[in-house]
Design a protein around this ligand. Sequence first.
Ligand SMILES: C[S@@+](CC[C@H](N)C(=O)[O-])C[C@H]1O[C@@H](n2cnc3c(N)ncnc32)[C@H](O)[C@@H]1O
Ligand code: SF4
Length: 372
Amino acid sequence: MSFGIYIHFPYCRSKCPYCDFASYPAKTIDFALWNEKYADALTAYARRLPDKTVSSVFFGGGTPSLMPPELIGSVIAKIKALWKCADDTEISMEANPCSVDLDKLRAYRAAGITRLSLGVQALNDKDLKFLGRLHSVEQALRAVSDAKQIFDDVSADLIYARPTQTYAQWQSELDQALSLNLKHLSLYQLTLEEGTYFYKKGLEMPEDALCADLFTLTDRMTYQAGLPRYEVSNHAAKGHECRHNLLYWQGGEWIGIGPAAHGRFTQNGQFIATAESRIPAEWMKHTGGEEIVLTPKEKAEELILMALRTEKGLNRDAFKAALGQDFESFLDGEVLQDYQMDGLMVCDKKGLRATAKGLLILNALCRSLINV
Ligand SMILES: C[S@@+](CC[C@H](N)C(=O)[O-])C[C@H]1O[C@@H](n2cnc3c(N)ncnc32)[C@H](O)[C@@H]1O
Ligand code: SF4
């Protein structure tokens, strides 16, 4: 069973108007204190789960590229001192084009980072400004080119289906993104998250029909460019899928360290779910967070919902190994039959997966399908 470690760093230079991640603008940050608290939290988990072999580590945020390379190196060294790590452990980090340069990226590589995910978001300056980004297209492209010199695995995040964005505009922007020859792209449709500036402003979003067309276009263009979709918003060349994110979607185990981090693991036969406080000062005071034991039904629901996001879908044998029952016992049989007849899902010996048509309305499909 794969085992991952998620580390959340909660600070950014400024807050983007669409973002509801636990991220806070900060002028001064006490990095020595963060180092201490991360080490304490990791040590506490290592006491509970000493026998795991780490297969992936993910520094997310917020903006982890505001962390000095020495801090990243120290956290990685702590993880390696506490657990056995696989020889090919993937160690990813999210980075903002504003806060990286060639020397800093080299230092991250030397500290142990193997994979970099850059928040490019848009490839025209007008939309970058609209999205509240502090960087220009030129800076984003320089960051991509610098990162490619240093890391084998570089990914870029882009947000599409922006208000006023046309089909032709996204087509040409995606074409430009694909010409960067990256092995991984995360392409998110803009969502209006409660509590964000865009939400409060009542931003007018594109029509559903246009969003569906943009999704289909994205699918086709990425496939033709050799970066097929492997999850609703993620596209990669074969063998370059983000292993850490796959672990979330395929029922792997992970611990979450830092504000707002979540974890899922099995201990003494129980499915444990953890959630840390979103507020940095509170997390600093109590790095343990909340913990609940999931019922088999809750665990099954999570596994099904997460796995259906992926191209491979829900694996029959893996589900049975985890829950001791076939996934059908948690689904409405009649609804499943209807979905199959309508070409929305496929259910066979291998398992259950959504078709491209089904993925467009996945959340609605799951609501009726799961018997919980
Ligand atoms: C934690 S951020 C990435 C790293 C870094 N903070 C940055 O922005 O450059 C994760 C990604 O989620 C995506 N994202 C965040 N909020 C979103 C929203 N409301 N709609 C669509 N994508 C969103 C963005 O593409 C963003 O890069
Ligand atoms: S999108 Fe990234 S930089 Fe912007 S507020 Fe969210 S975490 Fe921070």
